[in-house]
Design a protein around this ligand. Structure first.
Ligand SMILES: O=C(O)[C@H](O)COP(=O)(O)O
Ligand SMILES: [Mg+2]
Length: 415
């Protein structure tokens, strides 16, 4: 029978083998005490198995609260635990409750992080994954051999549909590929969802009629299921190609329901990520996280950005990009969304570190606050990426491109 393996980085004041066995027991057929029904036969079929333990360093203080050690010794290890697919079938919420559930509560652990998940082939074949992924998003936008250049409407909240549409007009004329609502806006007091879709799509459709280029706009449909489905239909009827979901807020079942409609590309925003990942010994790492959302069908997923405005290291961002580009067993990939304090200057390092153009590269402030206006900001991003892919250094790109030179003057010192 196929098994799913969770790879964890743990810390415990107890014997590592015992702590790992407690985790496996609690998350399958066991509890704090032996119960009569837990027969050998039942265990053979449903008990989780500790597959491997790699001992790491011992430290003198716990990473997070838990049982305390008499001698101030906390042992770290990488462990692998597996479960039979028979335990949960193809049910993502129960899979998550198993791999990411009450094990985080166990007193045995003073640190526990889910680093990656190994899925059996049938699992990633059962879930169709993203309907569009990288290739599909390229087809919808007709952008090839370079990153999709995108922006977030800023101010994030407070603009009317007419003001938003006006900005979309400027951005479209400058040649932008992708625009999205910020995660802070779905429907506000002065921007009803339908009015915003009408105003924005009028501009986008007119621009497409004139130029043949259809800008992809990710309308933030995040809400309760029925409302999301209604909004999804509204975007389709208006000629839109994309909808955005705040993954952690909407939840896995909600996100999958929307992705299962398979008509719009789904832009997955991971806001709240810091809560899940920021502590080095608590939560989940992106290689595991993104697999779950890709099974649900998300086409584009945020990965932060090189030299971002948040706390995350460049190494971690590079790992996240690589994780999205690696096909699942069903062959699907997801488009990594590079966003957070980007303005174009990071294109050089992003390309050097990842050697890929399969990215949606987005700048909100980096486009809106450009000295030549948002249109100049779009051009500067295009120039930055052209320069990076052509092998120019940032200084050489400054010499060649005036809009990008203005970006460096404005944003360069903040990088
Ligand atoms: O939703 C996002 O991705 C952020 O709002 C990015 O905004 P910024 O480019 O201004 O940092
Ligand atoms: Mg935002």
């Amino acid at each position: 029978m196929e098994r799913i393996t969770g790879k964890y980085f743990i810390e415990t004041p107890f014997d590592v083998e015992n702590a790992a066995q407690v985790l496996a027991g609690e998350q399958s057929s066991g509890t704090f005490i032996a119960v009569p029904g837990e027969t050998e036969e039942l265990k053979a079929r449903f008990a989780a198995r500790v597959e491997s333990i790699t001992h790491l360093e011992t430290v003198n203080s716990p990473a997070i609260p838990g049982a305390s050690s008499k001698h101030n010794l906390y042992h770290r290890a990488n462990i692998e635990v597996s479960w039979s697919v028979e335990n949960f079938g193809y049910n993502l919420p129960v899979l998550i409750s198993t791999l990411q559930g009450n094990l985080y509560e166990l007193t045995q652990f003073t640190g526990l992080k889910l680093m990656d998940i190994e899925l059996p082939e049938s699992y990633s074949n059962h879930f169709r994954g993203p309907r569009f992924g990288i290739e599909g998003c390229r087809q919808l936008t007709q952008v090839y051999k370079r990153p999709l250049i995108g922006t977030i409407i800023k101010p994030s909240i407070g603009m009317t549909p007419a003001q938003t549409a006006q900005l979309v007009q400027v951005l479209a004329e400058a040649g932008i590929d992708f625009i999205k609502d910020d995660e802070l806006l779905s429907k506000s007091a002065n921007s009803s969802f339908n009015d915003r879709v009408d105003a924005v799509m009028k501009v986008i459709n007119n621009h497409a009629d004139k130029t043949g280029k259809k800008v992809m706009y990710a309308f933030n449909i995040s809400d309760e299921i029925d409302t999301m489905l209604r909004r999804y239909e509204y975007v389709i009827n208006a000629g839109g190609t994309c909808a955005m979901l705040s993954l952690n807020s909407v939840g896995l079942a909600g996100v999958k329901k929307i992705c299962d409609q398979r008509e719009l590309a789904i832009h997955g925003h991971r806001n709240g990520w810091g809560m899940l990942n920021r502590h080095p010994l608590l939560g989940i790492e992106f290689p595991a996280y993104q697999k779950l959302w890709r099974l649900a069908g998300v086409d584009q997923i945020h990965v932060n950005g090189i030299q971002n405005k948040f706390w995350e290291s460049d190494d971690s961002v590079v790992r996240s990009i690589e994780a999205c580009l690696k096909p699942l067993a069903n062959g699907t990939t997801a488009l990594p969304v590079v966003s957070s304090g980007q303005w174009g200057g990071q294109a050089f390092e992003t390309y050097r570190r990842t050697n890929t153009t399969d990215l949606l590269y987005m700048a909100g402030g980096g486009i809106m606050a450009h000295p030549d206006g948002p249109g100049g900001g779009v051009v500067a991003l295009q120039q930055a990426w052209k320069g990076a892919v052509d092998g120019l250094s940032q200084d050489q790109a400054v010499q060649r491109y005036s809009e990008f030179a203005n970006s460096v003057k404005k944003f360069g010192s903040k990088a």
